[in-house]
Design a protein around this ligand. Structure first.
Ligand code: GLU
Length: 472
């Protein structure tokens, strides 16, 4: 059967990196197998689920290009289906109404703990006759518990191998807060069956839910999907990743100017290794190369430096048009009006970019020269008159560069470099670069001259000469 997988986030917060990694592995596996990748929004928790969070999930997936197949499934729209199965379980004596109060349950828990026992529900309401329980349920508040069988459950996880759980340790779990209020473990089982999910790929934090879900499947006569639990994401100290990172939302990374290409590359290496060991992997290659045999069991370490490195790498290697497009939302609109100039600026600065918004800091001078100290124009200990002479000379040379059509990088370079080699590189190129940029670090003067054009460059050199004039 063609594999069918699902990403099943709960919209109770902005989509986190841990969740995105789960989505990514499901998507890759589906694409690798020529299967289907479904998106199921697990919004049964009415209080905590928010449309805003669902939106962040959809936007996050779209940003990364993880397109899902077919319609989105929303659990909040499937209450009738869950209710039908809840009735069935109750009718068949596989589940029951429980009326125990929070205080009673807590007292039971404490008693078990004090005897050194692992707490589990003692089953007090199991024996209430069905008719009586149904009647009480009309008046009293209740939950619905699943009669947990007491045998062992074993499954072969594609990452962890054989996993065995003793259901007896679990006890009768709550599967619904009401007939129309199913809880996670139950709704998942119903949906995985109805959606004919073949593989459940999710984080290892869910592994203890798996035996509960298998037990419910068995009782309902459902097929058990194949499971793959992805390794935990660990912090650099190999301990559980701090909430700061784990819950850091994809949105934060997007807003801080990380590229989706870098995020995907980074996330796929959080637990998976390509056959040929390397750091840069495209999604295309990964889809071809993917196998669960190369997913590690041990925790995957979140290495921020690696993310930074990958981001800088992808920034440098994106086609310039694409990079300019990506940077556009992070810079003032006027900068992008002259698209050709903007692209040239991006091209000149891309080696220095670590994140998309960096351009704003780096390249402002191309669009507007900020004020700077006149003394910055002086190269080392050169006397001021030498600098003034050189800048005036260079201004004349620029004026003399034939006409605008000839204003190419090569021509500009040829003119400027011949002056520089005659009069001293530092003494010419430094003040020229400062005059054009107003900064002590920037791309070289020839590149800036070329982007600014003849008129603007001459204006800036004129301004530098005025500044020098005023310098004591
Ligand atoms: N809704 C669950 C979560 O957000 C996922 C459940 C699953 O994948 O089975 O973690």
């Amino acid at each position: 059967m063609t594999p069918r997988v699902r990403f099943a986030p709960s919209p109770t917060g902005f989509i986190s990196l841990g969740n995105v990694r789960t989505a990514l592995f499901n998507w890759i596996f589906a694409r690798h197998e020529g299967g289907k990748f479904f998106l199921r929004i697990e919004d049964t928790d009415k209080e905590r689920s928010k449309k805003e969070y669902e939106k962040s999930i959809l936007e996050g997936l779209a940003w990364l290009g993880l397109q899902w197949d077919e319609e989105i499934v929303r659990q909040s729209e499937r209450t009738d289906i869950y209710e039908k199965y809840l009735h069935r379980l109750i009718d068949e004596n596989k589940a029951y109404f429980c009326f125990c109060s929070a205080e009673e349950l807590e007292a039971e828990r404490q008693a078990q703990l004090s005897q050194g026992l692992q707490p589990k529900y003692g089953g007090r309401c199991r024996s209430i006759p069905k008719g009586e329980a149904a009647e009480r349920a009309e008046r009293e508040s209740y939950v619905i518990r699943f009669k947990m069988p007491s045998h062992e459950v074993a499954f072969t996880d594609l990452v962890r191998g054989k996993v065995v759980f003793n259901l007896d340790l679990i006890g009768d779990v709550i599967i619904a807060k009401g007939l129309r209020e199913p809880l996670y473990n139950f709704a998942v089982v119903v949906d995985d069956e109805e959606m004919q999910i073949t593989h459940v790929i999710r984080g290892e934090d869910h592994i203890s839910n798996t035996p509960k879900q298998i037990a419910i499947q068995e009782v309902l006569g459902f097929k058990t999907p194949i499971y793959a639990h992805l390794p935990l994401i660990l912090g650099p100290d190999k301990k559980k990743l701090s909430k700061r990172y784990l819950d850091a939302s994809l949105k934060d990374f997007k807003e801080r100017g990380y590229l989706p290409e870098a995020m995907l590359n980074f996330l796929v290496l959080l637990g998976w290794h390509p056959t040929v060991d390397k750091e840069i992997v495209s999604m295309e290659e990964t889809v071809k190369d993917f196998t669960f045999r190369k997913v590690q069991k041990s925790g995957a370490v979140f290495n921020q430096e690696k993310l930074e490195w990958l981001n800088a790498y992808y920034l440098k290697n994106l086609p310039i048009e694409t990079l300019a497009e990506r940077i556009r939302p992070f810079v003032p609109e006027e900068w992008t009006k002259d698209a050709k100039k903007f692209r040239e600026v991006v091209d000149l600065e891309k080696e220095r970019l670590r994140h998309l918004p960096d351009l704003k800091e780096l390249a402002g001078f191309f669009f507007e020269l900020s004020d700077y100290q006149p003394s910055l124009l002086i190269w080392k200990n050169s006397p001021k008159p030498v600098i003034v002479d050189n800048l005036s000379f260079i201004a004349n040379v620029i004026r003399g560069i034939p006409n605008h059509e000839l204003w190419s990088k090569d021509i500009v370079e040829r003119y400027i470099m011949s002056v520089a080699s005659e009069k001293g590189r530092g003494e010419v190129l430094w003040p020229l670069r400062v005059a054009l940029s107003g900064k002590d670090a920037s791309p070289g003067p020839v590149e800036i001259l070329y982007v600014l054009g003849k008129e603007e460059s001459l204006k800036r050199i004129g301004k530098a000469l005025e500044k020098l004039d005023a310098l004591q």
